[in-house]
Structures are given as C-alpha cells and as structure tokens.
Write a protein that binds this ligand. Sequence first.
Ligand SMILES: Nc1ncnc2c1ncn2[C@@H]1O[C@H](COP(=O)(O)OP(=O)(O)OP(=O)(O)O)[C@@H](O)[C@H]1O
Ligand SMILES: [Mg+2]
Length: 351
Amino acid sequence: MSTLSFKEIKKTYDGKNYIIKGVNLSINDGEFVVFVGPSGCGKSTMLRMIAGLETITSGELMIDEEIVNDFSPQKRGTAMVFQSYALYPHMTIKENLEFSLKLKKVEQSTIDKKVKHVSTMLDLDPYLTRKPSQLSGGQRQRVAIGRAVIREPKVLLFDEPLSNLDAKLRGRMRFEISKLHQNLKNTIIYVTHDQVEAMTLANRIVVFNDGHIQQVGAPMELYQKPSNLFVAGFIGSPQINTFEMELKDGKLIHPNFTLKDKLDITISKITVAVRPEHIVINPENYDVEATVALVETLGNETIIWVTLDDLDFKVRLNVSESGIKEGDKLKLQFLREHIHYFNTETEERLF
Ligand SMILES: Nc1ncnc2c1ncn2[C@@H]1O[C@H](COP(=O)(O)OP(=O)(O)OP(=O)(O)O)[C@@H](O)[C@H]1O
Ligand SMILES: [Mg+2]
C-alpha cells in the first residue's frame, strides 16, 4: 500500500527564485499519475524531491502517512528510472538487476528467483550475460526498469524513460509499462513530454506550469474540460485553436468573423478555443469562410491549415484523402458542444 501526499511543497535552489511554488496533491494507492508541463517547469525536481535526491525547501511530503522529508532515499521505498538508463557499464545485465539486492545482503537463492521473475516479465532472459553496451536502447531501458522493479518499491518514479527511443519502440514500451502496472499494481509517477504517453498511461494527469499545478484530472477530463487556456493549449495535438473575441450585444465578434449565437454573460473579452477535430466543413451552416494554405495528408487523417486575412488555424478531417488543395475556400462550422470559452484576462475557463 502506498499513497503520497504533498502539502504546500516548495523548492528553491538559491533561496530567492522558487522553482516549485506550493504544490498540493494526493496520490492514491496503485494510481498511475503522469506529470506533464513545459521544459524547465520543475517536473524532474518534483521527482527528485520524492526520491530524496533533492531537499524539499518547505512543505510536507508524506508516503503512507509518514512524513518523509528527512528520510534518506533508501528509507523512502522509491525507485527511479531515468531517461539516460544509468546502468553500470562494466556489469552484466544480471549483475545490474541484482545489484541493489546484493547491497541489502539478500540471500543469493532469493536474488536468483527475483532476477528470473523480473527478466521473464521484461523479456530479458536472452541478455542476462551481456553488458549494457551490447544491447539496443529499448533493451537497455527494459533493464533500467527491471532494476527499479526488482527492489519492489512502494513508489516507482519514471523521468521521461522513453524519450531516447524511436517512435515504434516507444509504442512497444508504452505497452510494456502498461502491462507492468497491471501486474504490479504499484503507485507510479511518470514524467513525460509525450502527449500520447500521458493520455494512454495515466489514471490522472497533473499539468505543471511555472511552479504551480494548473490542473489535475483524468486524461479525457483535461481534454474535454481544460480549466484554463494553458491546459487547453497543452493537451491535444495538433494544438487547440484560439480566437480572442469581444462580446457585443451578446454576440462574439472577432475582427475577421462573428459567431451568430447569443451568449448570456457579462464579461466582454472572451477567448474561444476549439480543437482542430471540432471544426467541420458545412456549407449550409458555417461560421467562417477560410482559404486553404496547406494540406498535411497523414494517411489516417488530414490536417488542413487555413487562413482568413491575418488569422490562421487548423482543421482536422477524419479522412485519408480529402481532395482539398491549397487555395480552396472552405465554409467551416465550429461544433458548438465542443467550443471552450475562456476569460481572456484571467485565462480561466468560463464554460
Ligand atoms: N541543481 C540545480 N541548481 C539550480 N537550478 C536547478 C537545478 N536543477 C534544476 N534547476 C532549475 O530548476 C528548474 C526546473 O528544472 P527541472 O529539471 O525540474 O525541469 P523539468 O520540468 O524536468 O524540465 P525538462 O522537461 O526540460 O526536463 C529549471 O529552471 C532548472 O534550470
Ligand atoms: Mg526533466
């Protein structure tokens, strides 16, 4: 059983600039939580504070009802998997896997059983006598995961573990990590830049920016109801389209177009955000007529970049061949049930 609780966690390296500005979060036992956010927002710092590799400036970190701020890394029951694998190059794969158990003076027969179990689970049996340099990137990453798992940690921490792998292998490893979680059922905190990893692996995603949590929620919650413009722009690929508009006589007016339906609100500056997949071609009932600037044919779908004077935005069509070409004019409708409205000044979601 392992739960985590963060209370007003803060971190500064120099005593002046706060990298983490007060994080509050509870993680349930067995939950797979993914941390996302732009580069430099403090994701790795958060993981390192949990692992005990970095001090916590202030606040309280609890693992299983115990405040662990001052616990050594060994005492916390966490294990971390790094992007760089960090395997011992002079040791064989078996020696890498069993190293932490040897340090703990576990009996060799028990070690052998555990190595066997982990290497079978991660498909490493054929490689146990090799050195890390004799393995591919994907195999090395599996060893790094095995080395963390073999310690039976309360909490597994992953810091962008797949970002050195090519797209195909990432897909494969995503599947492996999902399976691993189904088997072990332990608590996992996983940092990634990759939208697909975040959406597919997470029970809950935590979006960080500028030292604060922006939103916590199930992947589809974040996609369907981003609580502010930052989250709306961060989740979803291609990125959500945004239009800064003025409300006049209940209607939303953009310099280039107007949305016809009446809105019953009093705020005057509103940012309308709509995902490329929620704009459709509809000559009978359209909001905008725009010119095609670029057609990206991806095989399973088509992304169309359109322009209207100085405005440009994207439309995603669920077709492999659209027949649409540069210079075509498209009559486009924003699907009302999928439009997000934000207060332009506070960037918070209105509805
Ligand atoms: N040891 C350190 N001393 C001083 N500043 C540091 C130290 N480690 C990290 N930082 C700073 O803290 C901030 C957060 O860094 P961190 O590595 O946590 O970001 P990140 O979200 O993991 O980014 P990335 O996605 O690029 O890995 C950065 O501005 C970084 O420069
Ligand atoms: Mg990092």
